[in-house]
Design a protein around this ligand. Structure first.
Ligand code: G6P
Ligand code: MG
Length: 224
């Protein structure tokens, strides 16, 4: 396994890692599902984490047995409707919405000379970073519009390392979603999962919450 001393950069997911937007995404999709008479479940909500906007919509329609009920134009409209509701919630965000410990973790990474990039599938990521006043921490953001494949494909994490001019083995990827952990692993980076240990069993290490994600804890797991 990779040694802590080899690590030079961190590639971050955003939703559910730096801030709790995963709840806002879930609420906005739940609202849309209700309006389409599609039964919502926590399991469906979790499966959507890390999944792009249109792929999320497809998964919801499929779960409700409505995969073939809408034209592409209608699907675009539904996705826009969800996004409008989501943005209204994002616009209310402040730095208080940064998840516990994450600001200290980011400050510590910067102070120790690590490079940071963002690998979020969200086209709203720059707006969210702005609201959290964290845009300065992430001068390198992978543009999700440039991707051919979404998570669990490694592309977004491969690009996240390339933006830092680092090899994948020199990077740690940080994720809350199973699809994201799979993407980090497939990119050849070290995966840090935040959340349920069973759900994120594929990660190189799992922390149950963001407050537990510290450089010291990561070092201890890598060098033990
Ligand atoms: C992240 C979230 C997903 C969301 C995706 C696209 O990966 O975890 O829940 O669907 O971004 O977000 P967007 O803001 O572009 O709709
Ligand atoms: Mg996430």
């Amino acid at each position: 396994m990779t040694k802590f001393a080899d690590i030079k950069g961190f590639v971050f997911d955003l939703d559910g890692v730096i801030t709790d937007t995963s709840i806002l995404h879930g609420n906005a999709w739940h609202q849309l599902a209700d309006s389409l008479d599609i039964t919502w479940s926590t399991k469906l909500g979790n499966a959507l984490k890390g999944i792009s906007r249109m792929d999320s919509l497809e998964m919801i329609l499929k779960a409700g047995g409505k995969a073939n009920d809408f034209s592409d134009a209608e699907k675009e409209k539904l996705a826009t409707q969800k996004n409008t509701n989501y943005i209204a919630e994002v616009n209310k965000m402040t730095p208080a919405n940064i998840l516990p410990g994450m600001k200290d973790f980011l400050d510590g990474l910067r102070a120790n000379g690590y490079q940071l990039s963002l690998a979020s599938a969200s086209k709203n990521a720059p707006r969210v970073l702005d609201k959290l006043e964290l845009a300065d921490y992430f001068p390198k953001v992978v543009d999700p519009a440039s991707l051919t494949h979404g998570k669990p494909d490694p592309e977004i994490y491969t690009k996240g390392a390339a933006l830092l001019n680092l090899k994948p083995e020199q990077c740690i990827g940080v994720e809350d979603a199973a699809a994201g952990v799979a993407a980090i692993n497939a990119a050849g980076e070290t995966s840090v999962g935040i959340g349920d240990a069973t759900e994120l069993a594929a990660a190189d290490m799992v922390f149950s919450n963001t407050a537990a994600v510290t450089l010291a804890n990561i070092k201890a797991k890598l060098d033990n």
